[in-house]
Design a protein around this ligand. Structure first.
Ligand code: PRP
Ligand code: URA
Length: 209
């Protein structure tokens, strides 16, 4: 089974409270989502492998560390995942970005795939799938399916708020995928919204409704 981790850094927890507040407007919501995503990038990259490299400092030769291993691609699930991309890129600026378009049918709660555009070399990359919300898990599962069908094999899922139902579903469907969240919430309501959650992440990010 993949790792499941709540990233409980105080800055992340503080910022998550800001965006949960219904009075947080679009501008602040967008800014703080990016800030949290940047902090999450720091935490989810902790196990990136390092290798020794010999460099020359002004004082002479020295063996130091640099990142080795797989290069990264960030894969937001449209739309709301887009809100996390800039924050992640601010710490991992050389990452490529793939997009997976997915919306949840509001009646059936089933996700529908409508767009996939990925770097050609995803099979060689560490993939971070990003979406603020893991609710039923349907969108995340379909997104990981889409990546695996195209050769993706090293996948971590990064969200801001997760429901226990979504975590269980994603773990069962894709036990190889590590899941990181800033908040582990209580339950889903009858409309499939996370409670207490933060409402509709896409609408709040983009000012739609
Ligand atoms: C939201 C959210 C996730 C999905 C989570 O997207 O951003 O992608 O719902 O729900 P699930 O775990 O039950 O699948 P939504 O379908 O509202 O689309 P949007 O991002 O375009 O607003
Ligand atoms: N998608 C959202 O944007 N919010 C939820 O609470 C559940 C799914």
């Amino acid at each position: 089974m993949g790792k499941f981790q709540v990233i409980d850094h105080p800055l992340i927890q503080h910022k998550l409270t800001i965006i949960r507040d219904k009075n947080c407007g679009t501008k602040e919501f967008r800014e703080v989502v990016n800030e949290i995503a940047m902090l999450m990038a720091y935490e989810v990259s902790r196990d990136m492998p390092l290798e020794d490299v010999v460099i020359e400092t002004p004082m002479g030769k020295s063996t130091q560390k640099k990142l080795s291993g797989k290069k990264v691609a960030i894969v937001p699930i449209l739309r709301a995942g887009i809100g996390m991309v800039d924050g992640m890129l601010s710490l991992i600026p050389a990452a490529k970005v793939g997009h997976i378009g997915m919306y949840r049918d509001h009646d059936t709660l089933e996700p529908v795939e409508y767009f996939v555009k990925l770097p050609s070399d995803i099979s060689t990359r560490q993939l971070f799938v990003v979406d603020p919300m893991l609710a039923t898990g349907g969108s995340a599962i379909l997104a990981v399916d889409a990546l695996k069908r195209r050769g993706g094999n090293n996948i971590k899922f990064v969200c801001l708020v997760a429901a226990p139902e979504g975590i269980k579903a994603l773990q069962e469907a894709h036990p190889d995928v590590d899941i990181y969240t800033a908040g582990l919430d209580d339950h889903l309501n009858e409309d499939g919204y996370i409670v207490p959650g933060l409402g509709d992440a896409g609408d709040r990010l983009f000012g739609t409704k």
